[in-house]
Design a binder for this molecule. Structure first.
Ligand code: MN
Length: 159
């Protein structure tokens, strides 16, 4: 029987590989597993305007780029493209990513707060947002037909 060494995935490797921290003011990705259940949406005026939804999970910010303003009315839904994990410190970042750098443009916090996780699987994430703008029950559902990283973000009806 062969023993295969478990290769521990380096946290935030993809994030760090896309950034030049000597040129951009964005925070460097470090391992930080103290839980806070933070939630943030950053309005990102990149080449295309989008909103970056981030939910703290296992020491990083799980992240989705939402091409249209996130849903505030029950029943509304938006496409959400899953992107690489971001460091927790990214949740307080606002500033300008310089021209020529990955994601160049202005980043502003659009909403922030905490969330309660109701369910988190590979295909479905149900949560309650306690933001300054967004409140109540939301759902992210994997939209397999549209491609690997495609999800749909719903504001649930009721409450
Ligand atoms: Mn972005």
């Amino acid at each position: 029987m062969t023993v295969i060494d478990q290769v521990k995935e380096v946290p935030l490797k993809e994030y760090n590989s896309k950034k030049n921290f000597s040129k951009s003011p964005e925070p460097k990705g470090v391992d930080n597993t103290q839980a806070r259940n933070s939630y943030v949406i950053q309005e990102h005026h990149a080449r295309r305007l989008h909103w970056d939804l981030r939910l703290e999970k296992d020491g990083v910010l799980k992240s989705w780029a939402v091409p249209k303003q996130p849903p505030e009315q029950p029943g509304e839904r938006r496409l959400a493209v899953m992107v690489e994990d971001h460091p927790k410190d990214y949740g307080i970042f606002e500033g300008i990513i310089p021209e020529g750098e990955y994601g160049a443009g202005t980043v502003k916090i659009w909403d922030k707060g905490t969330y309660d996780q109701l369910q988190w699987t590979e295909e479905k994430i149900e949560f309650i947002l306690h933001g300054e703008r967004l409140k109540g029950q939301y759902e992210l559902i994997k939209f397999k037909k549209a491609g690997d990283n495609q999800w749909l973000l719903f504001k649930k009806k009721g409450d």
